[in-house]
Write a protein that binds this ligand. Structure first.
Ligand SMILES: *[C@@H]1O[C@H](CO)[C@@H](O)[C@H](O)[C@H]1NC(C)=O
Ligand SMILES: *[C@@H]1O[C@H](CO)[C@@H](O)[C@H](O)[C@H]1NC(C)=O
Ligand SMILES: *[C@@H]1O[C@H](CO)[C@@H](O)[C@H](O)[C@H]1NC(C)=O
Length: 322
């Protein structure tokens, strides 16, 4: 008689074999995320790693805010996470001047990510979000009501605080947004911006947010500018118990200019891989600058195809699948 293996056992077995290719590590495999100590874990409590791509500012590259692009990011950039970047307050507009238009762009990316079985990190792309608290609370209330029941959703309510005033400005902002989100969504991950363009993890580690679950703190680095000093303060923060998520990184200088610093980029990958950290590259963009993953003029139908990747794009895709 043939041996019959029940399907549920097969799926438990499959569930604990992890591929280095992020595109295979889908939401249907990992489900509801949680934070356990400093680690991001899946629905079985196993450590899980998200690797993927940020889009460029919504006001400047709206043509990438749809499913054609998200499909490309998953399949050809080997990603299990996409990060729409909602402009808030720029000289060319943003959420403050066109809340409905901006909300629709972000929703298109969220809907595509859900269809594509990917996680989606919704970024409130603001540098002084404490000055726009009312708008932010309105937006995150709506977002968490509409999508909070999907395990795909991850919130990033403050991209990069410029200020160093963590305890008096940034932390109270986060606490207010967390309260609003948690009223609708008790468990999805919230990634919190840290002072000085999300670099000063030490300030957050000295005064972390109390009595909340499934929150992590964001680290942003650009390998040409932020190097060993940044790794040292991040390591100290993690060692002190702070869970850290790299919601934005680049292979080039902090102003997005070339060159790619390969040595430092590889040092960062090693640092993140050793700790099983999640990381999101900036950006799926065809702007003529070092940080862009795509060459100028790349249409949505060609996003992440090899012949359209820049030097930076090729390095990033290599790490998303290996
Ligand atoms: C996405 O936008 C691009 C550019 O506007 C367009 O060519 C493509 O058909 C759109 N895809 C979908 C699924 O709407
Ligand atoms: C956290 O919870 C503890 C125990 O319930 C309580 O004593 C403390 O005041 C809380 N802290 C904050 C900031 O809410
Ligand atoms: C990368 O950064 C290191 C350390 O600052 C520096 O020595 C090196 O010249 C940089 N490489 C490039 C290509 O800029």
């Amino acid at each position: 008689m043939r041996c019959f293996i029940p399907l549920f056992l097969v799926s438990i077995w499959v569930g604990s074999v992890f591929s280095k290719d992020a595109a295979l590590e889908t939401v249907s495999k990992h489900g509801q995320l949680a934070v356990d100590g400093v680690n991001l874990v899946n629905q079985y409590g196993e450590k899980v790693q998200l690797k993927g791509m940020s889009l460029f500012w919504s006001v400047w590259m709206p043509y990438y805010y749809n499913k054609t692009t998200v499909d490309g990011i998953k399949e050809y950039c080997h990603s299990n996470i996409v990060r729409p970047m909602m402009a808030i307050d720029t000289q060319d507009g943003g959420y403050l001047t066109d809340p409905e238009g901006e909300t629709a762009l972000i929703d298109a990316v969220i809907d595509a990510a859900i269809e594509d079985d990917m996680y989606v990190l919704v970024d409130w792309q603001d540098f002084e979000a404490e000055n726009h608290l009312e708008q932010s609370l309105f937006y995150f209330d709506r977002l968490s009501k509409k999508y909070g029941s999907y395990p795909n959703i991850i919130y990033e309510p403050y991209n990069e605080p410029i200020t160093l005033e963590w305890s008096s400005l940034v932390k109270p902002y986060h606490e207010a947004v967390i309260k609003t989100i948690r009223a609708n969504d008790p468990d999805n991950l919230i990634v919190l911006g840290t002072p000085q363009w999300s670099q000063r993890l030490d300030l957050a580690a000295a005064d972390p947010i109390q009595n909340q679950t499934n929150i992590m703190y964001s680290l942003h680095f650009y390998a040409g500018t932020h190097q060993q000093w940044e790794r040292d303060i991040t390591k100290a923060a993690i060692d002190a118990g702070l869970p850290v998520f790299v919601s934005e990184y680049g292979t080039v200088n902090a102003d997005a200019s070339p060159p790619v610093n390969l040595t430092e980029t590889l040092a960062w990958y090693e640092f993140m891989e050793e700790r099983g950290m999640s990381y999101v590259n900036f950006a799926v963009s065809d702007k003529d600058e070092g940080a862009a993953a795509l060459i100028p003029g790349t249409p949505p139908e060609k996003v992440c195809r090899e012949e359209y990747l820049t030097e930076s794009g090729k390095i990033v895709v290599e790490h998303n699948k290996a």
